[in-house]
Write a protein that binds this ligand. Structure first.
Ligand code: PHE
Length: 339
């Protein structure tokens, strides 16, 4: 009997398994009531009394050994130890994928950096506005068709509460609070009731700029915007100003930059004109200064406003504006920034 016990112990020591199911099969085979060790205990009843002491001790020890063995096999699966079999643990780990800045954030930061170098500070205003700051103080007369230039989202049927259609509302807020010299840019989200397409969205981002002081001239504006264009699109860039209309600037202009993709020769991005329209600008209308309690005999100023989406599309050759809002990481991770 002692021999049989010793043999079984050796058999148990050598056991190895490849799955949890097998561990359970082994438990039944060795440790259940009708299992091999159970049969040994049945046999124990028939052995002569003088041998009982030694064999009893050996049997108990065998049972404990089998229990420990089965438990340790079970644990090896629970802790995943066996998963390591066949793996090369010296291989490098999976790289962590780190995020990237959103292209609009990259370009927004670039615009801010360029104007900061000229002494412009960054200011912000509310997205939910009133008629005064978005239209009236900006010289949009009541019932004037100029109000239709920007289709507005109104809030709760109250025509005095609306989502700002441009960041020009912030220039009003700043001029109401501060006296010149004022030199600031206002980045922010704006909202227009427009159908979403490859070229338009109901939410987009603008940066507005304002400079008000004594003797600020149209030439100052032109030079400031030329500096911006060259910093943004390359030092060979040229600009041109075309006469335009905004209620809050007089004279007003639309600014084009020479196409950086074909260097002005003509390509499908600039529609073979060599020029890309990038912003609206003009001298602040004296009425607007007056509405904001700034002495329009003493001070003059210029303002400009641009869409961040548009600048980003032109800079990176993005053809569909909707890509900026879909947040598909395959698109977003193509843009790299140093900040
Ligand atoms: N607010 C104008 C727009 O949204 C842009 C602009 C700003 C034009 C400042 C002139 C001066 O289209």
């Amino acid at each position: 009997m002692l021999n049989k016990i010793e043999n079984l112990k050796n058999e148990l020591s050598a056991l190895n398994v490849s799955g949890m199911n097998e561990v359970e099969e082994l438990r039944i085979k060795y440790l259940s009531k009708k299992g091999i060790i159970g049969k040994f205990f049945d046999e124990f009843k028939t052995i002569p009394p003088e041998q009982k002491r030694a064999i009893g001790a050996a049997l108990n020890e065998l049972k404990q050994f089998a229990t420990d063995k089965i438990n340790s096999l079970k644990e090896s699966f629970e802790s995943g130890d066996n998963d390591a079999h066949g793996l090369d643990l010296t291989l490098p780990g999976e790289p962590l994928s780190i995020g990237t800045r959103h292209p609009l954030s990259i370009v927004r930061k670039e615009i801010i950096d360029i104007f900061s170098r000229l002494g412009f500070v960054v200011l912000e205003g509310p997205e939910i506005e009133d008629d005064w700051h978005v239209f009236s103080a900006l010289n949009f007369p009541p019932e004037h068709p100029a109000r239709d230039m920007q289709d507005t989202f109104f809030i709760e049927k109250n025509p005095d509460v609306l989502l700002r259609t441009h960041t020009s509302s912030v220039q009003v807020r700043v001029m109401e609070k501060e006296q010149p010299p004022i030199r600031a840019i206002f980045p922010g989200r704006v909202f227009r009731n427009e159908a979403i397409s490859a070229r338009a969205h109901c939410i987009f981002h603008q940066v507005e700029g304002l400079y008000v002081d004594e003797n600020v001239s149209f030439a100052d504006m032109k030079q400031t915007l030329l500096y911006f264009a060259r910093e943004m699109f390359g030092e060979k860039s040229e600009i041109r100003l075309r006469p335009s209309y905004f209620p809050f600037t007089e004279p007003s202009a639309e600014m084009d930059v020479s196409c950086s993709i074909c260097s002005g020769k003509g390509c499908n991005v600039c529609k073979y004109t060599g020029w890309l329209e990038i912003l609206g600008c003009g001298m602040v209308d004296p009425n607007v200064l007056d509405f904001c309690n700034i002495d329009n005999k003493k001070y003059t100023g210029f303002a400009f406003g641009m869409g961040i989406e548009r600048i980003t599309m032109l800079k990176y050759g993005v053809k569909d504006l909707r890509l900026f809002f879909e947040n598909d990481v395959r698109f977003l991770k193509q843009f790299h920034s140093a900040f």
